[in-house]
Design a binder for this molecule. Sequence first.
Ligand code: ATP
Length: 622
Amino acid sequence: MNLDKAVENKNSQNTGKRSTILWRLLKLVASTSPWMLIASTIAIILTAAANVLGSLFIERLINVYIIPLTKEAQPNFGPLLHAIAVMFGCYAIGFISNYLFAVLMAVLAQKVQYRVRLEMFEHMEKLPISYFDENDYGDIMSCYTNDIDTLQQMISQSIPQFMNSALNLIFVLGAMLALSWQLTIFTLIVFALSIIIVRFLTVRSAHYFQLQQKELGQVNGYNEEMLNGLKVIKVFSHEPEVEEDFDAYNESLKVASGKAHTYATILFPIMGNMGNLLYVLIAILGGAVAINRIAPLSLGVIGAFLQLSKQFAMPIAQISQQLNSIVMALAGAERIFKLEDQPVEIDDGDVTITKDENVKGAWHWNVPQKDGSVKKVTVKGHIVFDHVNFGYTPNKQILYDISIDAKPGMKVALVGETGAGKTTISNMINRFYEINSGTITYDGIPISRIKKDDLRQSLSIVLQDTHMFTGTVMDNIRFGNTDASDDDVYQAAHLSHADEFIHHLDEGYKTIIDGNGGDLSQGQMQLLSIARAMIADEPVMILDEATSSIDTQTEKLVQAGMDNLLAGRTSFVIAHRLSTIVNSDLILVLDHGHIIEAGNHEQLLKKKGYYYELYTGKKEIE
Ligand SMILES: Nc1ncnc2c1ncn2[C@@H]1O[C@H](COP(=O)(O)OP(=O)(O)OP(=O)(O)O)[C@@H](O)[C@H]1O
């Protein structure tokens, strides 16, 4: 199928979709500020009406005021000046209402932009983690930057100009018909020809504008990924390959963008000259008709008609140009709406958790009862997996028949090769993903019954990939518990042994951490995130390779602090260094999503199985 045919087909399919998006956009604008929309609609109607009235007045000016004056020996210019003042008044009203319209639309566009940005951010926070697995960060970012920008431009410029032009067109057409239907029909024939050309060009440029936005998303996505992995690229000297790939994306963007703009820019000169052509043709035709008395055409009518024909051709040129921007912005709006329509995390939990402000480390469940009352139950931290099966995607199972009984206060270690499913198990407890079958209970309550926010609030998680936010060291530790006092922060830092390096920082706890901890080592960030988890003081802890970047000496110290912290709390520890988990109450050995051995260190050593081989170095964790 050739491209032009494909473009036609795609466009006819998209037309319905576009009108839905446009309708939704209109509702969004209307609900953002109804009075602004009404005021701007009145202003734009007034603009078009005033401009056309001004042009129509030319006929009276010539026929009633100017021609009689040419026949008088001593002309009285008073009535003519009065008529010119009326005409000026018309144009002045048009100018003022047009100005008001532009200002209103600019303010309205800012309001919409602000609202969309906020809604998108709020919605994004509620999206399930799986959404971010499936979607590229660059694409999501592109939605926040390019798409919102084009949307704002569309509301503040393209739509106002489009409406202005469309209304002008209608009013001018009415005025032309009132002056001469013969000349109007002639104008419409020329107009129909120009529509065919406009349609031909807009269909093509619309396709390439959509492609351009898509390619831009890909370039941004690739850029971000490579920026994040810059160090890895340098280490492996992959700069030439990366550059080559980037070049390919960039080239596709250049091609799409070039074609989109070529079609769009051809449009304007064609339409501009169409106006001049129309002007000349009407002058010739009108003159011929009047001279040959084919139809009763006065000089005033021809003069006014010529003025109107200019006003008629201009909007067509503008409409065609604005249509491109609108189509481009609609593609952006579609992506914004798609993100806003993404289903948020399902949370039908009715059990909540409350921290007892008076007793340190004490939490309780609020369990609604059948009679409507709420039963308060102390949180113990008993986590049970019962025959749990799970896969991130429907066609690939990751966890098979997992059963774990983590009694309150137990330290449960998960060991196994890379990709065995250790992190996945922890992802099940905090409900980042939903299990396929089986049950997970927390103090006997199925976790699906617990409100997600509350469930996560009761779990402290320290990940291998630490993330710091821009702010002071103090703020970053306090992120775990915003109510914590400065002393609590110092204590947590002390317990996690983070205070040693913090004291060596230029401004100690007040040192600003930029971006994602740019100036800190990976190990130092891990110490901070352990301190952050410690301060949260939650009943259950999950440590996923939490100490993997810390040197063995410091790790031993951190371990001692952590063991104090973990005492009395249920904890799940994932560690490649077996030395950190030998004192666990229960060690689960995972292999390809199956638990193949379970017991404490001594029991597992006695078994002389997989764990024994790992521990004695006969087998290595890959
Ligand atoms: N978000 C995801 N989407 C799809 N598959 C995933 C996702 N996260 C992990 N997996 C797959 O699930 C399997 C188990 O991964 P998991 O991260 O649980 O392993 P792990 O034992 O924690 O490994 P490691 O020791 O490397 O951290 C792997 O095959 C991995 O490719």
